[in-house]
Design a protein around this ligand. Structure first.
Ligand code: TRP
Length: 332
């Protein structure tokens, strides 16, 4: 049997999933879990670098777990676990820290950004964030790591730490994890404010947990212009954005109908938005219902994370044993 590629990604437990996340990373994770040996974990240690309250930390972990499960991550297909349930990662982090240098950590863009944003809390965890991320990846000897642009430098550091370890101990032990870009397959969902993409920091998100009234309100408020006056004119960005969303959630004939009415200047944005809100709701409602039912089923969530931790431990403990041996921690 050919060994499947190992794919791994960490999920920050912050905020709810929006449609942009769904059609971006989440859908691809769901696909990958059947094609690769897939590891997905909730990076709760990483989120400590910004000091959440204990209730927020637990609540956020639970919420993202429920949301990813509701979107189709399958705990039997993938290894789905919580970072803090795997102490092997923490030990590897300690060991990697011995070969990570202050200068290179201080030069990391994400560290500099965070230090600027929270000058009152420039903690050592923030500085060594890339080391913990490298430990997450190397503990399972992942081949590929799907990450966004903002994480590419951290992944570069993971490769550097892997190579450095191999060089220091004269071994071919760690693989260099490569970034995995979904590229063409990635559908970009625009926001409703006529600007770029949907995002939580932009405040323009349609969330999977939003109820019907919330979705309707957001869509009705979406930015539009005064409407076409010249037949066959080019659409402004904000109208194109609404059509992009319609293309994903509405029937093709609905999209064609409104597109034609734009072209002949008979479109009424109110009608278009009403239809769009209906179609978004039909799409997200079943997911919302699954999120609510999963997040209230503590027994199930407990089963999921226990299974995940067991599966993750199998691969993690074997890596860690070898690392300890290589470094020179040997049994008497
Ligand atoms: N730093 C990543 C983010 O902010 C989350 C993360 C933690 C991660 N450990 C990882 C991603 C390992 C990929 C691999 O999104």
């Amino acid at each position: 049997m050919i060994k499947k590629e190992t794919v791994l990604s960490g999920i920050r437990p912050t905020g709810n999933l929006h449609l942009g996340n769904y059609f971006g990373a989440v859908q691809n994770f769901v696909k990958m879990q059947h094609q690769a040996d897939a590891y997905f974990f909730i990076a709760d240690y990483h989120s400590l670098t910004t000091h959440p309250t204990p209730a927020d930390l637990h609540g956020n972990v639970k919420q993202v777990l429920a949301e990813y499960l509701a979107c189709g991550l399958d705990p039997d297909a993938a290894t789905l676990y919580v970072q803090s349930d795997l102490p092997e990662t923490t030990e590897l982090y300690l060991l990697l820290n011995m070969n990570a240098y202050l200068g290179e950590l201080e030069r990391t863009t994400s560290f500099k950004d965070k230090a600027r944003k929270q000058p009152e809390n420039v903690n050592a965890g923030l500085l060594t964030y890339p080391v913990l991320m490298a430990a997450d990846i190397l503990i399972h000897k992942a081949d590929k790591v799907p990450v966004g642009k903002d994480q590419e430098q951290n992944l570069e550091m993971a490769r550097k730490f892997a190579k450095r370890f191999n060089r220091m101990y004269q071994v071919e032990f760690f693989k260099e994890p490569i970034p995995y870009n979904f590229g063409e397959e990635l559908i970009k969902i625009p926001g409703l404010d006529g600007s770029g993409k949907m995002g939580k920091s932009e405040g323009n998100g349609l969330y999977l947990v939003d109820d019907e009234a919330t979705i309707r309100k957001k869509v009705m408020k979406a930015k539009t212009d005064t409407g076409p006056t010249v037949p066959n004119s080019e659409m402004p960005e904000e109208i194109k954005n609404l059509f992009t969303i319609a293309q994903i959630v509405s029937k093709p004939e609905t999209v064609t109908m409104f597109r034609n009415s734009y072209l002949d200047c008979s479109i009424r944005y109110g009608d278009f938005k009403k239809q769009l809100a209906d179609d978004i709701t039909s799409f997200t409602l079943p997911i919302r219902e699954r999120i609510l039912s999963i997040s209230s089923d503590n027994e199930y969530l407990k089963k999921v994370v226990t299974l995940g931790a067991d599966k993750a431990r199998a691969s993690a403990s074997s890596t860690l044993n070898e690392v300890r041996h290589i470094i020179g921690f040997r049994h008497f």
